[in-house]
Design a protein around this ligand. Sequence first.
Ligand code: AMP
Length: 327
Amino acid sequence: MKQIVLSGIRPTGKLHLGNYLGAIRDFVKLQEECKCFFFVADWHSLTTLDDFSELRKNSFEIVMDFLAAGLSPGKCTIFLQSDIPEIAELALLLSMFQPANELSTLPTYQDVIAKKPNKNNAGLLYYPILMAADILAHKAHLIPVGRDQEIHIRVARDIARRFNNRFGDTFPIPQTFEKESIKVPGLDGTEKMGKSEDNDILLTDSPDIIRQKIAIAVTDTSRKHLCDPGNPFICNLFAMHELVSSENTVEEIKIGCKTAKIGCLECKKMLSSSIIDLLMPFQEKRKKFATNPNLVKEVLHYGRLKAKKNAKKTLNEVREKMGLSSF
Ligand code: AMP
């Protein structure tokens, strides 16, 4: 039996290079070997968004990104979380298997309310249970997520175990999909590129915008003049070269930077070209979907039918085991 893989991306903004290299590129590989479910986690994004006016548009854009990156509705199921209300009912039922006090101690919850105290809503507290329902609805085995989300996989695992102990084997115990951990750094010198950090290269940025963003990106701040040798290992842009440039270019930059033969300007030009080369085929393909939105709607319609059928089956099984099937 094929392993079942499930992962979602929250439509809290446009997708960036970090989302592509750290998530979507793996999805594209996984669809070849596993039974995959990839969804736009629009319910999850409600927990932290201030403004919902762009939500629908962003959700649609993410599906276009999925398709342009190479996800194929023939090989995986692509759907919108809010198209499957069965997930919400399953989350309600699964919440009976989660101690309430643990939710407010999770670091993911604590981090959000530390940064955004006005987001202390019950939906945020409930997030890990909804995520457990996303996973368990499809009886998924492997969940490719960023390291920050691993704690939520643990919650899903615990809920699955408690349910299985009470009602017999129902859910596989989901595991985080172990992959080479990639972290795309921010252009502002911070550790991680993020949707709301203003430090990103969007997948839809034009070559000119890419060049402009890289031109003002933070490098090794101790390197003030072209003749100063730099330290590539503390420079975010070198870390990006390692992710997007050819081996030869990476080696050339490493040596050139350390020996002051290559300045930051030259290094940035080379980085811009590598990123442009990586993103141009994606952007070309994306145009096809942008000019034909019905194609995208069709993918979502087909995905909704498949995901709904699956979630309904699991929900009925859970309802029945919990004494809730209708008369
Ligand atoms: P988010 O934009 O936080 O909803 O991220 C969705 C997924 O994209 C995460 O679970 C990560 O796998 C991936 N991701 C986001 N930002 C980065 C980054 N800077 N570097 C690597 N992967 C990332």
